[in-house]
Design a protein. Structure first.
Length: 254
């Protein structure tokens, strides 16, 4: 028996018609939307117009869901089922789904976009940089018309990204390097790093390796990533910097 937000739109959901026998069987029941689309906590109650069309959902049905308040449009071509759990990163997730609207969240790889830069820091809850522009990294050049979306081109190694809350996202070490590459305020980057080390979502060795290419910018000798990390933490007045530099914290994907 469907419960909660599943019941909201069951009456508007079309029947599956694979064959005459299947059609007769389906006339006696209506398939909940989360079962048809795979829309659940794995996709935060969101679905794209393309995903709906791929399972035989007519545009008129989508429009009826929106009109009857069974679903709300949260971005062009992206909808949220009414009653789905609240999500503080809803806008980011909708923008990410737009990058590959025909691919479900759990089937995606870095080829469809990885949350990065300020958006990655926000998804991990690191630092205090505003993330009002949604940033993603893709291996091929892409363009977007959305002023609140910024796309970066880079090929990420397997050790530079992970999954958090169902989304591919750059690890904090790579995020720190990306922020330095964008010439963000060094103190703000230091706070991102400090939060990552404090919560053990990344480790000192990974951070040092990631930020080493930027040593010359700070007047340090080439390859002195540890010196750059020390400089960043010291300049931001971060406590425990000596402890972190001597004894790297463990890494944990949370």
């Amino acid at each position: 028996m469907a419960t909660g937000w599943q019941q909201t739109v069951m009456g508007s959901w079309p029947l599956i018609n694979h064959s005459t026998t299947q059609m007769r069987h389906n006339q006696a029941r209506v398939v909940p939307p989360d079962q048809r689309l795979g829309v659940s906590e794995d996709q935060w109650g969101l679905f794209t117009k393309r995903q709906a069309e791929d399972v035989g959902m007519a545009w008129t049905t989508i429009a009826r869901l929106a009109r009857d308040a069974g679903a709300e449009r949260v971005a062009p071509g992206v909808y949220r089922l009414r009653g789905a759990p609240a999500d503080e990163h809803l806008a980011l997730r909708a923008a990410w789904l737009q990058l590959a609207p025909d691919v479900r969240a759990w089937e995606r790889t870095p080829a469809q976009g990885v949350v990065s830069h300020r958006s990655a820091a926000a998804l991990f809850g690191l630092g205090e940089l505003p993330a009002d522009v949604h940033q993603f990294t893709l291996p091929a050049r892409r363009q977007t018309r959305r002023p609140d979306v910024r796309l970066h081109r880079a090929t990420l190694r397997d050790d530079e990204w992970t999954r958090r809350q169902g989304q591919p996202v750059t690890r904090p070490s790579r995020t720190a390097a990306d922020l330095l590459g964008d010439r963000e305020d060094p103190g703000a980057v230091a706070r991102v790093i400090a939060d990552a080390l404090r919560t053990a979502v990344d480790n000192v060795a990974a951070v040092v390796k990631a930020i080493t290419p930027y040593t010359a910018r700070f007047g340090l000798r080439p390859g002195d990533g540890a010196g750059l990390l020390d400089l960043l933490l010291e300049s931001a007045g971060i406590a425990k910097r000596e402890e972190w530099l001597v004894s790297p914290a463990g890494s944990s994907d949370r």
